[in-house]
Design a protein around this ligand. Structure first.
Ligand code: E4P
Length: 216
């Protein structure tokens, strides 16, 4: 079970990383744009924090994505996971990078057929977009379940990385439905700590602790 953080905002990642519970980070062009920084600077900052698995998205033709993926690997070594779109070109680049021993994450997965193709192309991770599937009126978690079930049945070692996660409940249910990794925004990660009864219980314990009679 791995927890990834889905943002390019370094300060927010730093706080999550300091918990010791985070295994990696996923980024995409939208998240990098929101951070307002050069992507290479973002990746460098993440590596300086000690993060060893960073999804870095590439775009363009198969040859361009392969080249950019190799360049990223040259710069960032084992911290690099090249994130590729679920397209014919993306899967061609995926095969070539996989043959070079470079980790890959095939993104924008919306059904099990796509996940089978990505696995066949040697993807390290596939990213079904749970929230965006829900938005379309069918169940993102069912897609996670069918991909994870198929991979298990066929002995495929591509890992299911549930993405587009908007609530702690979706984190839990993604794992329940077979995800190996869940990537979540920091807000969702912090939300996993919360329960009203934990807050209330702690308040009562704190109050009672001040009233304990000590013999010393
Ligand atoms: C992660 O790899 C995806 O890019 C991300 O989870 C998409 O999330 P969104 O649907 O909230 O944009």
């Amino acid at each position: 079970m791995k927890f990834f953080i889905d943002t390019a905002l370094i300060d927010e990642i730093k706080d999550c990383w300091a918990t010791g519970l985070i295994d990696g980070v996923t980024t995409n062009p939208t998240l990098i744009k929101k951070a307002g920084r050069d992507p290479l600077d973002v990746y460098k900052s993440l590596i300086d924090l000690g993060i060893g698995d960073i999804s870095m998205e590439v775009m363009g033709t198969a040859a361009e994505m392969e080249y950019d993926g190799m360049q990223l690997y040259t710069l960032f070594k084992e911290s690099t996971t090249v994130k590729l779109p679920m397209t014919k070109e993306g899967l061609q680049a995926c095969q070539r990078l996989n043959n070079l021993g470079i980790r890959t994450n095939v993104t924008l997965i919306f059904n099990a057929a796509q996940a089978l193709l990505a696995a066949k192309a040697g993807a390290t991770y596939v990213s079904p977009f749970v929230g965006r599937i829900d938005d379309q009126g069918y169940a993102g978690l069912e897609v996670v379940r069918s991909i994870a079930g198929l991979y298990k049945m066929k002995g495929i070692d591509t890992q299911v990385l549930a993405a587009s996660i908007r609530t702690p409940h979706r984190v839990v249910r993604s794992f329940y439905n077979g995800a190996d990794v869940v990537t979540m925004p920091p807000k969702v990660f912090w939300g996993m700590y919360d329960h009203i009864l934990t807050t209330d219980g702690l308040r009562i314990f704190d109050e009672d602790a001040t009233k304990i009679v000590s013999s010393s």
